[in-house]
Write a protein that binds this ligand. Structure first.
Ligand code: 2AM
Ligand code: CA
Length: 261
């Protein structure tokens, strides 16, 4: 099947949503919190999600759309085309004035990601992928970092949940042990964009706990299409379900990375 129309529609909407994010950056937007004071949300998240949701609904009325700010997730059958939308991934960065955020839109069916876009509105970098057709940055093919073959050479990235009640999952990771075994470790604050960075070889590997499907649907396809590997942190096939854990890498360091998670 050709996913061009799906991808083109998602890219158009991601670019428009990115414009909303760019125009509001550093401005006086309404803000609040969700599950706890550090779990932030803004009117910009909601505006971006509304634009994307309405656009997808108009283009594909039969499809299911699940967005981060849409509390009422519709019933999904395994056979339906399902869009996972993160209208502003990196909300904490956005609120604090750090220009590292993205729009992430991924299309899935029968537990497979078919197409995805991750758009960085600040650098105007648009990462795209569709199943079996490779991964691209602004239309040019990208591939994972094939230079680094071991953990000590690798620049890794991770992230921390906004809600501190997930600390049990956080505590499972021995950061001290990992930092001593890799070249260095980052936490950049947008899981979708971090996955896109693994896909284009800027980062060697990524892992995170307690993420949601909209954080990783598009980016996980990008890493695989760029020649990398994606699993959960135990090395099993990644399942797009709430509070998932994910490990993504250039493939070469994957088993070594999993040993320390
Ligand atoms: P967000 O900015 O869209 O909330 C930070 O390490 C990563 O974790 C970001 O991609 C952030 O996405 C995600 N994240 C943090 N808290 C989250 C939550 N409650 N639900 C979903 N994703 C979350
Ligand atoms: Ca997110």
């Amino acid at each position: 099947m050709n996913y061009d129309l799906f991808l083109k529609t998602a890219v158009d909407l991601a670019l428009q949503a990115g414009e909303i994010i760019r125009n509001n950056f550093g401005e006086d937007f309404d803000r609040g919190f969700k599950s706890c004071p550090s779990d932030l949300v803004t009117e910009v998240d909601r505006q971006s999600e509304e634009l994307i949701t309405l656009g997808l609904q108009k283009a594909f009325p039969e499809h299911v759309i699940i967005g981060e700010e849409n509390e009422k997730a519709p019933e999904t059958g395994r056979n339906s085309f399902t869009w996972y939308v993160d209208p502003l991934d990196g909300t904490t960065n956005f609120v604090y004035g750090i220009p590292f955020c993205s729009v992430s839109i991924g299309l899935c069916r029968q537990d497979r990601v078919l197409a995805g876009v991750v758009y960085d509105p600040f650098r105007r970098e648009c990462f795209t992928a569709s199943a079996g057709c490779g991964a691209f940055l602004n239309g040019r093919p990208v591939q994972v970092d094939k230079l680094r073959q071991t953990l000590p050479e690798s620049l890794l990235v991770t992230g921390y949940p906004a809600n501190k009640s997930f600390s049990e999952r956080l505590n499972r990771i021995d950061y001290h042990r990992i930092i001593h075994r890799c070249s260095n470790l980052r936490a950049l604050g947008s899981a979708a964009l971090e996955l896109a960075y693994v896909a284009c070889g800027r980062l060697t590997g990524f892992w995170e706990n307690t993420l949601m499907p909209w954080d990783v649907a598009a980016g996980s396809l990008m890493v695989e299409e760029a020649g990398g590997r994606v699993t959960d942190v135990d090395g099993n096939k990644l399942v797009l379900e709430p509070y998932l854990s994910i490990a993504a890498s250039n493939g070469l360091i994957h088993d070594e990375l999993l040993k320390f998670l």
